[in-house]
Design a protein around this ligand. Structure first.
Ligand SMILES: *Cc1c(COP(=O)(O)O)cnc(C)c1O
Length: 445
């Protein structure tokens, strides 16, 4: 696993450039995408055709890739008493939610807006766990009315507020305590670590027993489980094993001192996918380890994968607007920018980039967007296809934390989203137009 992606490093310092072995990256990285004489395909549809019909920039997702990842994880978990609760924030498009619902997934939500989406997509309360460090009373009310399976509660104060809201509504909230297992997590970027000591997430480990005791006595609260989420893009088993060990230990303590049974253990998400050559989690080893640790604990195990299910199933396709040289550097200027895909700029994330049609020659260049920020880049000093104005580029592994983080910065309408399934595709989000930009503003006609 590469461990160079440290935000404290200088801009683009090795981070966004091509890692060794990039050219021979494994097929997993291109899941759902393949190359033939017609150029790059998503499932069986030429990307060129989608770009022609839908314009650019466009997010393109492969339904088969999502199904494949879902079944791979299901297969790895085997007979464990479990359910996958897809983390909606990774990609909250209704079509993708419906696709995952069809596969049997539940969802993990972090806001009232995501609850709204989940219900629209056809999920019911039983399918939904509600996570998040800052739930508002309104969001709690909405989730109580939807009768969600679990509230993952992150502080003692939140617990008291939830008790009040539930009592007011004459309901009882099923609660899992999100505990910070305070494990060392090594993710490619500090912003995606959540389970270390002193982070804003979860209840401090040494306070969890006391909070459980409080929960026992609160009206409107039914304590049924424990929860953790240690971070995102985790490629090692150790953080999961360490975290689960601590949670199981805590469970014994709580059950013993409070004389209750905790039926749910939510182990969060974070499973890494490969953006480069070798940093994906070994999913069958993961399944084996989880089965070994949890196979006989007699709890229902919930997982909240987001990125793992959709990350590599999507690409952002963009057209080259200009080429230029400046200060001894080559620039490829695309019609997609950081407002469309924020990850390179925000996390210094690496995304593989390739020309949609065969180009042959390579060059070293920065791939940058049109936004008026120096941080608007997709690649820095990278060996890339030597594209010219008008060519299409695919920015891979953009299925998770791509469109959902898109904004209208620079008053740029957000791109459209296309879901490909086999040989057909549909526009699942239309491209925004200029009216969309001002729709919520007073003074818009
Ligand atoms: C973001 C998040 C997830 C999903 O993380 P991935 O890295 O996309 O798997 C799961 N659970 C919680 C609580 C989260 O905040």
């Amino acid at each position: 696993m590469r461990r160079c992606c440290d935000s404290r490093g200088a801009l683009g310092e090795g981070v966004l450039t091509a890692p060794a072995g990039e050219r021979s990256a494994p097929a997993a990285q291109r899941i759902g995408f393949s190359r033939t004489r017609e150029g790059l395909l998503c499932d069986a549809v030429p990307i060129e055709r989608i770009a022609k019909e839908c314009g650019t920039p466009v997010y393109i997702y492969s339904a088969s890739a999502i199904r494949e990842q879902y079944s791979a994880l299901e297969a790895a978990l085997g007979s464990l008493n479990h359910r996958l609760h897809y983390s909606v924030k990774a990609n909250s498009n209704l079509a993708i939610l419906k696709l995952l619902k069809g596969l049997g997934a539940g969802v993990d939500i972090v806001s009232g807006g995501e609850l709204f989406r989940a219900l629209l997509a056809g999920f019911t309360g039983d399918d939904i766990v509600f996570s998040g460090v800052g739930k508002t009373e309104r969001e709690m009310e909405e989730a109580l009315r939807a009768d969600v399976l679990l509230f993952n509660v992150e502080s003692e104060q939140e617990l008291h507020v939830l008790a009040e809201v539930a009592t007011r509504l004459k309901r009882r909230a099923r609660v899992a305590l999100r505990v910070n297992p305070e494990v060392l997590v090594d993710t490619p970027h500090p912003y995606t670590r959540t389970g270390g000591k002193g982070m804003k997430f979860g209840i401090a480990f040494d306070e969890a027993l006391a909070v459980a005791t409080v929960a026992m006595d609160l009206p409107g609260i039914h304590l049924v489980g424990l929860d953790m989420h240690v971070g995102s893009q985790i490629s090692q088993l150790a953080p999961y094993e360490a975290g689960l060990n601590r949670l199981l230990h805590l469970r014994t303590e709580i059950e013993h001192s409070a004389k209750i049974k905790l039926g749910y253990l939510d182990m969060g998400g974070g499973l890494a996918v490969s953006y480069e050559s070798n940093d994906a989690i070994d999913i069958s080893a993961f399944g084996g380890a989880v089965n070994e640790m949890l196979g006989s604990v007699g709890m229902r195990i919930l997982l909240e994968p987001g990125r793992f299910l959709v990350g590599n199933a999507g690409a952002l396709v963009t057209r080259v607007l200009y080429r230029k040289r400046s200060g001894g550097k080559n620039f490829i200027i695309t019609d997609a920018g950081m407002n469309d895909l924020l990850r390179p700029s925000h996390y210094h994330a690496y995304h593989r980039i390739e020309a949609v049609s065969h180009v042959g020659l390579g060059t070293i260049a920065d791939v940058v967007g049109p936004v008026c920020e120096s941080g608007d880049f997709f690649a820095v000093d990278r060996q890339v296809d030597d594209v010219v104005r008008g060519d299409l580029l695919a920015v891979h592994s953009a299925g998770a934390y791509g469109f959902v983080m898109a904004s209208n910065y620079n008053s740029r309408p957000r791109p459209c989203e296309v879901l490909v399934d086999g040989s057909s595709f549909s526009v699942v989000t239309r491209r925004e137009d200029y009216n969309d930009l001002v729709r919520a503003e007073r003074g818009a006609s």
